[in-house]
Design a protein around this ligand. Structure first.
Ligand code: BDP
Length: 719
């Protein structure tokens, strides 16, 4: 028996150390497996002998736990906690206020500009002994510093000349969960909602803590628990204790809870006859509601509001403005330090001449009319999270009002949890766009980090892709989009490549070859999707309802919900004319951006059909006419997926079998469905261009009817 137990133990150890145990993706990028490069491991062993985190608070308690788990795992041995740096090689973490040891180092100067959440990592000496210092003004900064420190080890960086000084460029960094109270998730492709409302406020799921750890590790400091298409019930006594229970779990990780507010709540759950924001009884109702919420959750963050959009109630129902609505709610939470994130994604009941113009038209006249604790939440582009859009013209156009970008991490228009699409290049494209609002260099990033117009309140949000499937996001690479969003929220000037490398090292392997292969795949993947879905600035041509597959033929129903409204294909050409001879949406941009888009010669080709109606014979830079170019790009997109497939095969020897196989299988589906996009779109557009698909390109497998009638039966979240 003893012998048996012993051999079982040896076998399990073997499994543990060789990494042969199932890698199911649950641990995200916080895997903390022992560093495999023996030289590097030895070096870390020499440098790190123990750790001291001085101070006592719930935040520091989780910080200590993280440091302990991280170090023990990564160094493959127990790294002792100590009471003081009595020998060299000790990690010393804390704040000058909570730690006499840190106070004695006189580093206040170094910390002075870092605010609550910033931190420094440096090598220094304590009583002449070398220490690795992690210091911040506040405990939350210590936690962030510890995550950063662990990331350095996870990515095999040197700890010798540490001189990291980091603080977030944006104050409020949020995930928006589009989660319903029945646990379904709007545009969610990774199982059910993480929030188990039936079981709450009882907490039995360690996922809540792991969710908070993952967020804190990238600096996300808030979460909006509920769908923008809001349900007023979340604001009732039945739910508030449940919300409070989640807030209690998240608090030590620096994460505040926010909710969506249904504008008609006073009528629906308050028995009032109206929700008119200027009605004294309505104001009073929200005041009391806010007081009640804060009695459960003293650090409640505030509300997100989708009003007068896609049928949601709002102030315009009472002939009031967005500002009237936002300010009324802002007054209700102001005394408690809450904020209102009022969405500019408006889509009203009248069909506009060009939907791309609507948000700008409604919001610019309201510039300067909002309370200080209101911020306007603007999607990255003027239509709706398309594979490629120009940046939203509101960025830079409301100098008196803080604006925050809303990015979509969940892949509503980019292949759900089936397609491998790394979204950081899409996010980066928007953040680094130059609005020219104050001349050259007025990047979207500068608008939203407050530096362009000196705004105090700054925020950013990402529509979450996490659900209750074991690996959180469905597609293993989908995790990178959550990670990348968090990193960009902390620093919107980071580049996608750096973020990808970090993530790959933490999630898969530090092997340089693996990092190179997976990195190339990730960086290529978004452009591949654009090419097989919507090349040349095409947009909103997806399948009606679920948005997964192509649907350029969609023409029924409300005009600005159809595809034909957006692509305007005819026998003479294709594309939406947004120049001064068309809808003049270009006029919403500052010069010289306006002129650049207006002129067909200077308009970037990847946005050509967004801004121009172009003849099928128009010559492009490649020398091809528009039709041929479209054919080649659609084919290139599919070929890129095939290239990704063959590259992915090369990773087999570097990564675990579970995730290798999972991605491989998903790529097969992606290739299948990329072809459906390509062939469905080309056959449909060919009915207008009347030109042949160039003979050196693959022929579509089926006729157009096949694609029009195609039903998807094996895509998560798609029925
Ligand atoms: C669209 C989604 C829809 C959302 C809406 C929004 O299709 O489900 O409710 O945006 O952001 O992208 O309000």
């Amino acid at each position: 028996m003893k012998k048996l137990l012993k051999s079982l133990f040896v076998v399990s150890l073997l499994f543990f150390f060789t990494g042969l145990y199932a890698e199911d993706g649950y641990r995200l990028w916080l895997r903390y497996d022992a560093v495999t490069d023996q030289k590097v491991l030895k070096e870390y062993g020499r440098i790190i002998k123990g750790w001291v985190v001085e101070g006592d608070s719930p935040v520091l308690a989780v910080a200590k736990k993280e440091l302990q788990t991280g170090l023990d795992g990564l160094l493959g041995k127990s790294v002792p906690e100590m009471s003081s740096p009595a020998r060299k090689g000790i990690i010393l973490a804390g704040t000058p206020d909570g730690s006499p040891l840190i106070a004695s180092l006189n580093i206040e100067d170094k910390l002075s500009s870092l605010g609550k959440e910033g931190y420094i990592l440096m090598n220094t000496r304590f009583r002449n002994k070398k220490v690795l210092l992690i210091a911040a003004n506040d405990d939350i900064g210590v936690l962030y510093g510890i995550f950063h420190f662990l990331r350095l080890i996870q990515t095999c960086e040197s700890l010798k000349n540490l001189s990291v000084v980091s603080s977030p460029k944006i104050k409020v960094r949020l995930l928006n969960h589009w989660d319903n109270l029945d646990r379904s998730v709007e545009r969610g492709y990774a199982g059910l909602s993480l929030w188990d409302w039936e079981e709450l406020p009882h907490i039995s799921d360690h996922r809540y803590t792991d969710y908070a750890r993952a967020n804190a590790s990238v600096g996300i400091n808030g979460t909006v628990l509920t769908n923008v298409n809001a349900n007023a019930l979340i604001l009732t006594k039945d739910y508030l204790p449940k919300v409070a229970a989640l807030a209690d779990v998240f608090r030590p990780y620096g994460i505040k809870v926010y909710l969506t507010a249904r504008f008609s709540a006073p009528v629906e759950i308050g028995n009032l006859k109206t929700a008119d924001p200027l009605d004294p009884a309505v104001k009073e109702w929200w005041m009391e509601k806010a007081d009640e919420i804060y009695s459960y959750i003293p650090d409640f963050g505030g509300f997100v509001v989708k009003a007068n959009s896609e049928g949601q109630p709002g102030p315009q129902d009472y002939k009031r403005t967005h500002a009237d609505g936002a300010n009324m709610l802002a007054d209700a939470v102001a005394g408690h330090g809450g904020i209102i994130m009022w969405r500019a994604f408006v889509y009203d009941n009248n069909v506009p001449d060009d939907r791309a113009k609507q948000a700008y038209n409604e919001f610019v006249p309201l510039d300067g009319k909002f309370r200080d604790n209101v911020i306007i939440q603007v999607k990255n582009g003027p239509i709706d999270f398309q594979p490629r859009e120009p940046f939203h013209p509101l960025f830079g156009a409301m100098p008196e009002t803080p604006l925050m970008p809303e990015l979509q991490i969940t892949q509503e228009y980019l292949g759900s949890s089936v397609h491998l699409v790394y979204l950081a290049p899409l996010f980066e494209e928007c953040l680094k766009s130059d609005t020219y609002a104050r001349g050259e260099g007025s990047l979207v990033a500068k608008v939203i980090d407050g530096s362009l117009e000196n705004h105090y309140l700054t925020a950013i949000t990402g529509v979450a892709n996490a659900g209750n499937v074991r690996n959180w996001t469905g597609h293993p690479i989908g995790q990178s989009n959550w990670y990348a969003f968090g990193r960009l929220a902390w620093d919107p000037y980071l580049d996608s490549g750096t973020i990808a490398d970090e993530w790959i090292k933490m999630t898969f392997s530090n092997d340089p070859e693996a990092v190179k292969i997976i990195g190339r795949i990730m960086l290529d993947s978004r452009e591949a999707a654009v090419k097989y879905m919507t090349p040349l600035g095409l947009h909103h041509i997806m399948y009606e309802g679920h948005h997964y597959g192509p649907g350029p033929w969609v023409s029924r129903g409300r005009k600005d919900w159809t595809s034909v409204y957006y692509h305007q294909a005819s026998t003479t050409g294709i594309g939406f004319d947004r120049t001064s001879s068309g809808s003049n949406a270009v006029n919403q941009y500052f010069p010289p951006v306006r002129e650049m888009y207006e002129n067909i010669e200077t308009c970037p080709e990847n946005l050509l059909l967004w801004f121009h109606h172009v003849s099928w014979d128009h010559r492009l830079k490649s020398g091809r006419n528009l039709w041929d170019e479209m054919c080649y790009l659609y084919h290139e997109g599919v070929n890129d997926v095939r290239w990704i497939q063959s590259e992915w095969k090369k990773t087999e020897k570097y990564i675990d079998n579970d995730r290798f196989e999972e991605v491989k299988t998903l790529l097969e589906k992606q290739e299948r469905d990329a072809k459906i996009w390509r062939d469905g779109c080309l056959l449909y557009f060919q009915t207008f261009s009347k030109k042949p698909i160039p003979s050196d390109l693959e022929k579509p497998e089926h006729d157009l009817d096949f694609y029009i009638n195609h039903k998807y039966t094996d895509i998560p979240g798609i029925r």
